[in-house]
Design a protein around this ligand. Structure first.
Ligand SMILES: *[C@@H]1O[C@H](CO)[C@@H](O)[C@H](O)[C@H]1NC(C)=O
Ligand SMILES: *[C@@H]1O[C@H](CO)[C@@H](O)[C@H](O)[C@H]1NC(C)=O
Ligand SMILES: *[C@@H]1O[C@H](CO)[C@@H](O)[C@H](O)[C@H]1NC(C)=O
Ligand SMILES: *[C@@H]1O[C@H](CO)[C@@H](O)[C@H](O)[C@H]1NC(C)=O
Length: 321
């Protein structure tokens, strides 16, 4: 293949967004001695119930206009990884609608207020993704409020108390738990995609949050891991099916991330601290939501036209994929 020299001229005409140089960040010391204050197990767990809140890039994420004007729906956007993605997308110039459970309204409000202080706003569409009718409504409502839809991010997930006191082995694994995990992690994303595809223009994209559990199963997270493995599979097949429409489909696989999800899955400070002591990860700590947002931004960036059908991990050089 012969490379065209034309790109040299293009580079010369690109607008320079900021004259400021980029500052390198040491992954080992970025969050100092990371203090864990995971709230007690429950569902849902609010971001506001953390004494030391997860870092969602509030003071660190710098946008350069990579997603200017792109209309984006993000599920689970009120807290954790979803919140970090919302902050990054807005600072990249995107227009964002978020979904969350009605009982998570205070987290969504906190986020909206903090964004308002920097002149940014979000559309808030609360509702339960277990409800198929609502999933359809959500996509149409987001498109109505944003004037269309370019990017769908299926980030909301459910695990149940897989590490908590209420954990049950297969001999007593409840049907309700199994159904809830698959309805949230698989069915809802199916419903959202089914409704979104006819609305997405060519060049639009879909991104799902999967999990390292999809490839590195833990004996306790059986249904959760299986649902995320199914989601990874669906990413590949949706990507192939939607390629002729010019729609890209990808996934982001987080490692163990400091977020409300940890508490809903039954993790405690004690468990994490013991794990860090006994099998210290290469960076000596778990992940922060802020460290995942750049992956979502890159996958949505319209210039990545050949990036489709894969799952990208951010696992801090741990051996699990
Ligand atoms: C940016 O970095 C280059 C060297 O890499 C340096 O020459 C230049 O002065 C820096 N610019 C600013 C605005 O700091
Ligand atoms: C981190 O902080 C905790 C609690 O303040 C302390 O016990 C621990 O020794 C510190 N660890 C490091 C590596 O500084
Ligand atoms: C499901 O969602 C639809 C649309 O938002 C709503 O009208 C309906 O009441 C919901 N059903 C339940 C059981 O909450
Ligand atoms: C099995 O699960 C049910 C709830 O799903 C619980 O009430 C019961 O105590 C559990 N049995 C055992 C042996 O843990």
């Amino acid at each position: 293949m012969r490379l065209q020299p034309a790109f040299m001229f293009l580079v010369g005409s690109l607008p320079i967004i900021s004259a400021q140089n980029v500052t390198l960040i040491d992954p080992l010391t970025r969050f100092g001695n990371m203090t864990l204050t995971i709230p007690p197990q429950g569902f849902p767990v609010l971001q506001s119930s953390f004494q030391v809140p997860p870092d969602c890039g509030e003071t660190s994420y710098r946008g350069t206009g990579r997603l200017r004007g792109l209309r984006t729906l993000i599920t689970g956007g009120d807290s954790g990884i979803g919140r970090a993605t919302v902050i990054a997308f807005l600072r990249e110039g995107a227009q964002v609608a978020i979904n969350y459970l009605p009982i998570e309204e205070s987290d969504a409000q906190d986020l909206a207020e903090s964004l308002q202080s920097e002149g940014l706003s979000i559309e808030r569409i609360p509702g339960n993704l277990l409800n198929e009718t609502f999933c359809t409504h959500l996509v149409h409502e987001a498109a109505r409020r944003l004037g269309g839809l370019d990017i769908l991010i299926g980030n909301a997930g459910y695990a149940g108390p897989q590490f908590g006191r209420n954990w049950q082995p297969i001999t007593n694994h409840s049907t309700a738990q199994l159904e809830r995990v698959f309805r949230t992690n698989i069915f809802a994303n199916f419903f959202l995609t089914r409704t979104a595809v006819p609305l997405l223009p060519r060049g639009g994209s879909i991104i799902f949050t999967t999990s390292g559990q999809a490839q590195g199963p833990n004996e306790r997270m059986v249904d959760y891991g299986a649902s995320k493995a199914a989601l990874s599979h669906i990413i590949h097949s949706f990507a192939r099916q939607l390629a002729p429409r010019g729609i890209r489909v990808n996934g982001v696989a987080p490692g163990l991330t400091y977020s409300p999800f940890l508490a809903t899955a039954g993790f405690t400070n004690e468990m994490i601290s013991t794990g860090l002591r006994e099998t210290p990860p290469p960076f000596g700590r778990i992940e922060q939501p802020a460290e995942l947002a750049p992956l979502f931004v890159s996958l949505a960036d319209p210039s990545g036209t050949y990036i489709s059908g894969n799952v990208y991990s951010a696992t801090g050089a741990t051996s699990f994929p």
